[in-house]
Design a protein around this ligand. Structure first.
Ligand code: LMR
Length: 345
């Protein structure tokens, strides 16, 4: 969604293209000099989050192992590009790598990625690994090639919880609320099945929208809630653990294939280790954010009972049928094959 001061779409594309060539020309190594390569990496969350820490680990490994010949310039918190333009910037070469939420691939032509948004699909991150580290995950990454994108790997943030200025423990609690969602039709439908009104906004605009009352509530893992200081504008956090939020690291084939093979191999190994590191800290990082939130006393924290969780799960089940109408049913079949029953519903 373009903000009021954003250039119109067409001018934005020209603006991005100009920026791309301008930035490329300014980079060391442009015009043939082999002074070294700077990899420009953009993401939308704070540095002190599972995503921020994972990508920082990637940077440190790449620079150390290349003797600083390869540099990774990270632009966190949407400093350079946000939800509304980071994939376009990647396509135009204005940025070299991004790590968007899996919930943001639907609007750019990959609705199959919204499988990860299905509420209550996963009972643990171990279940997520059955997809991300198996054939379903690889087939999803391979599909990015249709737009000359290259999916380099998946990694976690964690499970999402609901926040608003009232407890959200029963489906009836959501009725009439305007809930900020990521650009995912599954998540929008999830909110509709609860009687809420989904409002798609870039992550960077979420806190301001909560503060101004444009939206009443949202969902996210605690690490994002805490690092965006959402506790200052939300009175109630309900630990619904109703859905998963993870990421994919994506580059453009043009950038990747222009790298020397030795640099690609070095970066692939560094990324593999960084993603393993990120997955090993994500749970603990979200737990640490929750502990800090509890200690701050800034928000009322509610835990739904097992019965309330069951009623919540039953209320949102129609979302699966909605997605099945939009993507090849073979995807849902493959997911059910990969996950332990009865979790796949
Ligand atoms: C969101 O937009 O809520 C999340 O995707 C932010 C992120 O990338 O973790």
């Amino acid at each position: 969604m373009l903000g009021p001061d954003s250039p119109a779409p067409l001018r934005r594309r020209q603006w991005l293209r100009g920026l791309a060539w301008g930035a490329a020309a300014a980079l060391p190594g442009a015009g043939g000099a082999a002074a070294g390569t700077t990899i420009r990496l953009s993401h939308v969350v704070a540095p002190d989050t599972p995503k921020g820490l994972t990508l920082e680990r990637f940077r440190a490994l790449v620079e150390a192992r290349s003797g600083q010949r390869l540099r990774v310039q990270i632009y966190p918190q949407g400093q350079l590009y946000g939800d509304q333009d980071e994939m376009q910037a990647l396509q135009l070469g204005a940025i070299d790598m991004v790590a968007p939420s899996l919930s943001k691939f639907g609007p750019i032509g990959f609705p199959e990625f919204e499988l990860f948004d299905l509420p209550f699909l996963f009972d643990s991150v171990a279940d997520v690994r059955r997809l991300t580290q198996g054939p379903v995950g690889q087939r999803l990454l391979d599909r990015l090639g249709r737009q000359r994108l290259l999916g380099l790997g998946f990694f976690d943030n964690g499970f999402k919880h609901m926040s608003a200025n009232r407890p959200l423990l029963e489906p009836a609690d959501f009725v009439g609320l305007r809930m900020r969602v990521q650009a995912s039709r599954v998540i929008a439908q999830q909110m509709r099945t609860l009687g809420a009104n989904p409002v798609t906004l870039p992550f960077s605009e979420t806190r301001r929208a909560l503060e101004s009352g444009v939206v009443d509530g949202t969902e996210n893992p605690v690490s994002n809630f805490w690092t965006q200081n959402m506790q200052a504008v939300q009175k109630d956090l309900s630990l619904t653990q109703h859905g998963y939020l993870g990421y994919a690291v994506v580059t453009h084939q043009r950038f990747w294939l222009n790298l020397p093979g030795t640099d690609r191999a070095l970066m692939q190994q560094a990324l593999r280790e960084a993603l393993d590191y990120g997955n090993s800290i994500a749970d603990a990082h979200n737990d640490k954010a929750l502990a800090a939130l509890r200690a701050s006393g800034a928000v009322r924290i509610h835990t739904p009972s097992a019965a309330q969780r069951q009623r919540f799960k039953a209320a949102v089940m129609p979302v699966q049928a909605d997605l099945a109408r939009r993507i090849d049913p073979a995807w849902l079949h493959a997911v059910r094959e990969a996950l332990p029953p009865p979790l796949a519903g």
